[in-house]
Design a protein around this ligand. Sequence first.
Ligand SMILES: [Cu+2]
Length: 311
Amino acid sequence: MISSPFDPNSPLAASITTLLFVTLIIGGIVFLIVLGPTLYSYIRFRARPGDDTEPYQNLGNTRLEITWTVTPAILLALLFGLTLMTMHRSDPPIPDNPQPDLIITGHQWWWEVLYPNSGVVTANEIHIPTGKQLLVQVDSADVIHDFWVPQLGRKVDATPGYTTHMWLQADKPGTYLGTCNEYCGTQHAWMRIRVIAESPTDFAAWEQSQTQIPAIPTTGDAATGAQLFQDLTCTKCHSIDGTAASAGIGPDLTHLGSRETLAAGVLDNTPENLATWLANPQAVKPGVHMPNLKLQPDEVNTLVTYLESLQ
Ligand SMILES: [Cu+2]
């Protein structure tokens, strides 16, 4: 899936793209103006056999020197002004007492996503309604990360102990990809972000479904898996609403079955891939902060049945 900064999908990102184009065009013209006469002179005034006279030396030409000083100064002033405008457009002022629509926390190596108004918690996949400028609070649980979805807005650092804010907006429904932009350890490259923008009604339906507490299965493999989850160390790191598991070291698994990917984008969320992950997360995402729990194949299978049932 392509997620190009040249294809912005919000006024915030569009302002950055416009500045990028203006800069590239100005730079391109300057490049041609410098390169053209240089190439011309190389050919036109090159030394020819038998011609050993010193070429004409153009020294101390005041008019030329003023031109090549003033023109770049004007261009730089222009770019400076456009940059200030873009900073303002891509990063509108944050209110004094910010009430965020979303709280995103970077962890090594996944993103926690909290909707403070509904209490919904998810990971790595950020559902948002289209056409609304959302105020996002960005935090980090460990080291410095950086949140960036090029088609939707600016980038912003997630700094431990320091809360920042940014705006996020998508004009059209779709899936917009991003990733962590500040090297944060071995699995930095697998700290992907998916913003799933939906019409306000679809978003409301999604948010509503995420507030539901899943029933604890009572029969079959799912029931065995649910019990196993509580008995194993899973509960030390994960939470599932409606059960005793309420830890926040790893992603909230309450609605794992409704996610498209696993482990910040490493795997598509299918039962086979979930089994591969549970059998040995270290083989899928080496160094990840989920240990290889050396589960037996039948334990993996019942856990998969249970977790995928959490829609
Ligand atoms: Cu990173």
